[in-house]
Write a protein that binds this ligand. Structure first.
Ligand SMILES: [Zn+2]
Length: 512
């Protein structure tokens, strides 16, 4: 639990989707992030908790200000000024709300216009006068809080979600800007909070500068995330196409987390499902306690610790899987899945009288839960970041028709695939459906890179030990599937269990 997880962040990552750009992407400096558990004493914990609550209300207050300003200019037909409730235009002379922000002074001393962040930042001294308890918070932390709001709006303008008001559960961290926090052996100095111990199970490399430091509350205590940068060490460049010797295609799945194009199957330990019984018990216990009592609080804390455990186990497994893949090949080709679309709710069905009919959502709910448990998005992110760290090429391709297409003759037909088996109706090629899909993904990826040799996909198996889930009781062995191509009789001869081919006991074994 107290393990440090090093996260390599891809910096200067271009948003352009073209693969050419992806390969030529040059990262200027090495930026690393270290997550460590803090050993804060109880008085320091009280300070940090009170900071969180104050910062949250400050965030929400400023968010409301910015939303009001934004809503006014959202309707261009109405002009820059309008009444919020009726959306009717109103005269700027009588309107008390300025178009950008209500808080702060809109102009600098030099006469230049401030942006929304600068305006709200200029309001901070007045906030401290009106509410003196805000003086206890370090001033840079308050500014970082406003920056966080600014980022939320920038994300929204980039097409991501509308900024939300933060509940207590969703506001768990605050951060210091660069050059504020000090480190000394296994102690860390957080301004206005003091020196405290942290669990330093990995040495922070020399020559790195401290960047943003974020303090985060989790179910089992306080954590600190330290970003460090070294401008002298350039990030490893991705390999040139001439250097590429091996490639691997990956098909994401539920039963098997990954099927690789070399026939390897990576198990999905289903961490959430494994602990689901214990979770249900803890949820029930907590809900039956007296509302608002300290016993209920304790019960919910216990539940949260279990959730944390599930997340930790999954993260650990995903890092191991990512490293395994990167060790395996120079090029990793992944699917570009629309996960949000896959777990979207079914549309409501109604008859003529307006009565709601069954739409299959209840059956889909279980599947959605399984998909969430896989956490494919996080896994792909980790694979990408580990690949960037070691200079491997990682790219995503559209998975369209990859599970229906025959990798031998290129014949596409829906009937080629029957659950976990793949049998080409044109040439008779037979294989495991997921492995077959991963081969197609690999070929597609190589094509986008401009490499024509698909023999690069023949990566030998078991180069490195496979990732194993910590604490799993019955570790499944994944067996490579040596299936003769073009032998449809194997379909009836073998039964497939957990990716293993098992001989049918009833069916007669005949040589073909
Ligand atoms: Zn075929």
């Amino acid at each position: 639990m107290k393990k440090i997880v090093a996260i390599l962040e891809i910096v200067h990552y271009t948003k352009k989707k073209t693969t050419r750009f992806l390969i030529q992407r040059i990262q200027l400096t090495m930026i690393l992030a270290y997550n460590c558990k803090l050993g804060a004493n109880s008085s320091q914990e009280i300070i940090m908790t009170s900071w969180l609550s104050m910062l949250r209300s400050h965030y929400n207050f400023c968010l409301r200000d910015r939303i009001e300003a934004y809503e006014q200019v959202k309707f261009p037909k109405l002009g820059n000024y309008s009444v919020l409730k009726t959306k009717a235009p109103c005269c700027p002379l009588t309107c008390s709300i300025s178009p950008q922000s209500q808080l702060g002074e809109p102009f600098k001393k030099s006469g230049k216009k401030r942006n929304a962040y600068e305006m709200q930042s200029s309001e901070l001294p007045f906030l401290k006068q009106a509410r003196p308890w805000y003086k206890k918070i370090h001033s840079t932390v308050l500014q970082q809080n406003l920056r966080r709001l600014k980022t939320a709006f920038e994300n929204f303008f980039d097409g991501r979600g509308y900024p939300k008001f933060k509940t207590r559960q969703r506001f768990k961290s605050f951060s210091y800007p660069p050059n504020q926090v000090k480190l000394k052996s296994n102690k860390i100095y957080l301004p206005s909070i003091g020196w405290m111990r942290f669990f330093k199970s990995r040495n922070i490399p020399d020559g790195f500068q401290l960047k943003t430091v974020t303090v985060r509350e989790k179910a089992d205590g306080w954590y600190v995330s330290i970003r460090i940068e070294n401008k002298n060490i350039p990030q490893l460049k991705p390999k040139d196409l001439e250097q590429v010797k091996t490639a691997i295609g990956c098909d994401l799945g539920i039963k098997k987390l990954l099927a690789l194009s070399n026939g390897e199957l990576i198990n999905n330990p289903q961490f959430e499902k494994r602990l689901s019984k214990r979770k249900t018990i803890r949820q029930r216990r907590a809900s039956r306690k007296k509302r608002g009592s300290s016993n209920q609080k304790k019960a919910y804390a216990r539940l949260a610790r279990l959730d944390q455990k599930i997340v930790n186990q999954r993260e650990d497994y995903q890092w191991k899987t990512a490293h395994h893949l990167v060790r395996l090949a120079d090029v990793i080709v992944l699917e570009d899945l629309n996960i949000q679309g896959m777990i979207r709710k079914c549309r409501a069905k109604q008859d003529e009288n307006g009565k709601f009919l069954k739409n299959g959502q209840s059956a889909k709910r279980a599947l959605n839960r399984l998909i969430r448990d896989c956490s494919w998005g996080n896994l792909t992110e980790k694979i990408e970041s580990v690949a960037a760290k070691f200079g491997s090429i990682c790219l995503k391709v559209n998975p369209k028709f990859t599970s229906q297409k025959c990798s031998h003759c290129g014949h596409i037909q829906k009937e080629n695939r029957n659950k976990e088996r793949f049998l080409c109706l044109n040439c008779g090629f037979f294989s495991d459906a997921d492995v077959q899909a991963s081969v197609n993904i690999g070929i597609k990826g190589l094509k986008t890179l401009g490499i024509s040799q698909s023999n690069l996909l023949r990566v030998p198996q078991k180069v490195t030990p496979k990732p194993e889930a910590t604490g799993s009781r019955n570790r499944e062995k994944s067996v490579s599937l040596e299936v003769e191509p073009g032998n449809p009789q194997q379909l009836s001869l073998f039964e497939w269990r957990n990716g293993e081919a098992i001989l049918h006991s009833e069916s007669p074994v005949t040589a073909t």
